[in-house]
Design a protein around this ligand. Structure first.
Ligand SMILES: Cc1cc2nc3c(=O)[nH]c(=O)nc-3n(C[C@H](O)[C@H](O)[C@H](O)COP(=O)(O)OP(=O)(O)OC[C@H]3O[C@@H](n4cnc5c(N)ncnc54)[C@H](O)[C@@H]3O)c2cc1C
Length: 418
């Protein structure tokens, strides 16, 4: 790797890239973050000592690569029984709660599925039998207010519809189909409680909260000699003008501002904003933390996440649109009702934020073109911060692989220069 590594963006991706560059031997590393603290989207606002989380960002349980890396640098995590569930609409219109399963349960048999015809979300839905496809399509239209033909199939992951439980299926036959047909395995699920699987039984959250995690990691980076420059917005044009073969750039930030300077048009976001409302919880007799996904395509909330922070219990409603505060408490009580009875206090925080996690097909094509231009301009010395995948673990693997390649590429570059 070139002797200098400059990381733009101090979210989880940028922090992990700094630790990895250091592990690979680089000793001149800088993180530049536009805000006054590290953490990015996972860093919540704090009100009266409690974190106002915009959604549930969990870490994996024992053996999780990110948890292991951050623990090695002094972070502490608390592992807990990972409880979650979903609400779907049954064939008779009744509510169906499915526990320890975060996807939709659709009252249909496990009809044959096929390989999607292309990479769109519409094609992924069309790979299911018609009844399941139609239910999923109305959910996607409610959630994103757009045509699934315009969305990339990978958006199924953040939409939590990457696997469907066909609730009228014969479970033994479904298990056999999943074992023998890769597409049945990709598209269908058997809830944990019915399959006996032990994946996701535990998850982890940072002990003392996310702000404490990121402040501790800032200290760990400083002790390693990494320079952390806060309140430092890096203008892409300045970056594009630089021509230092001794510097590797990791763009661990939103790629939107890179398109124009690279002579490309910027693909538009799928959805402008998502709305979040945090309520104080006066009483809840179920597990904590817990989250429940709403697949009924009714109301405003697509997920309710109940958690503890600063000695308080809170619940956040993540909404597809601005919610009606008169009806939102009932929605939340209903969503969580299978796990426990909820008594709500007042709304303590609300927010509206864009989310760059549901990509359109145009955005995926645009990102590929952007990567091409950046490679032309910088070779392997420009590392995109894994913009396409949603999962933290996938981002980590992609950036680490690119850092390792940049490290290998250095001798050739130096030889050419000499
Ligand atoms: C509500 C929600 C829940 C999620 N839950 C999960 C989950 O449970 N599991 C999972 O794996 N993933 C989840 N994700 C995906 C999540 O986005 C990633 O896992 C991870 O937190 C993203 O970190 P990041 O560093 O890539 O991006 P960010 O956190 O967005 O960090 C980018 C940083 O770059 C900075 N920046 C931007 N532009 C500039 C500039 N020009 N100059 C300097 N700094 C700049 C920003 O201020 C920011 O700090 C969730 C996302 C959301 C929004």
């Amino acid at each position: 790797m070139s002797s200098r590594v400059r990381i733009v963006g101090g979210g989880l991706t940028g922090i992990l890239a700094a630790f990895e560059a250091h592990r690979l031997g680089s000793r001149d590393i800088t993180i530049q973050e536009r805000f006054e603290a590290l953490g990015g989207v996972a860093r919540p606002k704090i009100i009266h000592g409690a974190e106002m989380r915009d959604g549930c960002v969990y870490f994996g349980g024992a053996g999780d690569a990110i948890v292991e890396t951050l623990t090695a640098h002094g972070a502490r995590f608390e592992t807990f029984d990972n409880r979650f569930g979903s609400l779907s609409t049954g064939a008779d219109g009744k509510r169906v709660f499915t526990w320890d399963f975060g996807g939709p349960a659709i009252d249909a048999p496990a009809g044959k599925v096929g390989r999607p015809a292309d990479d769109s979300l519409a094609a992924r839905l069309a790979a299911y039998p018609p009844q399941i496809a139609a239910t999923l399509e109305s959910y996607v239209r409610w959630h994103l207010e757009t045509d699934p033909a315009l969305i990339h199939g990978e958006a199924a992951i953040p939409l939590a519809i990457n696997r469907v439980f066909p609730a009228a299926a014969d479970l033994a036959a479904l298990a056999s189909a999943k074992a023998n047909d890769p597409w049945a395995d990709e598209l269908y699920a058997i809830p944990r409680g019915l399959s006996g699987r032990t994946a996701n039984v535990t998850a982890a959250l940072p002990a003392g909260g996310f702000a404490k995690l990121f402040d501790g990691l800032h200290g760990a980076l400083t002790r390693l000699g990494v320079k952390v420059e806060l309140n430092c917005l890096v203008p892409p044009r300045q970056l594009m003008a630089q021509d230092d073969p001794e510097e590797t750039i990791v763009w661990a930030a939103n790629p939107t501002p890179l398109f124009k300077p690279m002579g490309l048009s910027t693909p538009s976001l799928v959805k402008k904003s998502f709305f979040t409302y945090v309520y104080a919880v006066e009483a809840f007799d179920g597990p904590c933390p817990v989250y429940v996904q709403n697949f009924t395509a009714q109301g405003a909330t697509f997920r309710a996440y109940l958690y503890e922070s600063g000695g308080q219990t809170l619940v956040v409603a993540e909404c597809v649109r601005e919610a009606d505060l008169k009806t939102l408490p009932t929605e939340l009580r209903t969503l969580l009702s299978g796990f426990g009875a909820l008594k709500l206090g007042p709304v303590v925080h609300s927010d509206a934020q864009p989310r760059w996690i549901y990509h359109s097909r145009a955005a995926i094509d645009g990102l590929a073109a952007l990567r091409g231009k950046l490679t032309e301009r910088f070779g392997g010395q420009f590392i995109p911060g894994a913009w396409e995948p949603y999962a933290k673990s996938a981002k980590l693997a992609e950036v680490n692989a690119a850092l390792a390649m940049a490290r290998q590429a250095t001798p050739a570059r130096v030889a050419k220069a000499g």
